[in-house]
Write a protein that binds this ligand. Structure first.
Ligand code: ADP
Ligand code: ZN
Length: 213
């Protein structure tokens, strides 16, 4: 099963992708996570990407498409995958389409988690992420049992550099102007499902599992 998850920053893509991974045994491919690892490791790609990420801008398509080509060619993607944070631009959509053709496979479902901007700002401003496993928490809405410690793996929680109101506002502008228009492409293919991402996480998970079957 090959799935794309769309959603603004903080819409819940990462959280839902992790649950899909567990249930269907397919890997979560998050371009944001891959980029953050490159930034932490100080690779040349990381150094380049950091300039854009800290400013709430999209990283250039050439870098992103390179990351995806390499990742999708790994063996664990043969059973399927969940794309979380990719594609975000039209050139990325086209590259993915070509890549799927080469791999002799196709997308099964494209799910968009819809959350209005005002709620996104509230969610992202209290977000804390595990350094080790990437699980997200929220200081008010879903706090960890122990402050700054991940419930899942015991890792340390941190606030992402780009999770502040100013940068999130810029990311939302990018999302609405560049990513939302891509929905039409998948609507035409008849595989887009838009769901209400404002509800409790468990309710959203159940709806996603119902859609995926
Ligand atoms: P979010 O969905 O919360 O904005 P991500 O962790 O998916 O965060 O991405 C963080 C940042 O990484 C983005 O703001 C952007 O700079 C960069 N990025 C991730 N995926 C892509 C992509 N497909 N195209 C361009 N830039 C990307
Ligand atoms: Zn963790």
């Amino acid at each position: 099963m090959n799935i794309i998850l769309f959603g603004a920053p903080g819409a819940g893509k990462g959280t839902q992708a992790k649950l899909i991974t567990e249930k269907y045994g397919i890997p979560q491919i998050s371009t944001g996570d891959i980029l953050r690892t490159a930034v932490d490791e100080g690779t040349s790609m990381g150094i380049e990407a950091k300039k854009y990420m800290n400013d709430g801008k999209f990283v250039p398509d050439s870098i992103i498409i390179g990351i995806i080509k390499e990742r999708l060619s790994k063996d664990d993607c043969k059973k399927g995958f969940i794309l979380d944070g990719f594609p975000r631009t039209m050139p990325q959509v086209i590259a993915l389409d070509e890549l799927m053709g080469e791999m002799n496979t196709k997308l099964n479902k494209v799910i968009s988690l819809n959350v209005p901007d005002d709620l996104i700002l509230v969610r992202v401003s209290g977000r804390k992420v595990c350094k080790n496993c990437g699980t997200s928490f929220h200081v008010k809405f879903s706090p960890p049992k122990k402050e700054n410690v991940c419930d899942v793996c015991g890792g340390e929680l941190y606030t992402r550099k780009d999770d502040n109101v100013e940068t999130v506002s810029k990311r939302l502008i990018e999302y609405h102007s560049q990513t939302v228009p891509l929905f039409n492409f998948y609507k035409d293919e008849g595989i887009l499902v838009e769901i209400d991402g404002t509800r409790n996480f468990n309710v959203v998970t159940k709806e996603i599992f119902d859609i995926l079957g």
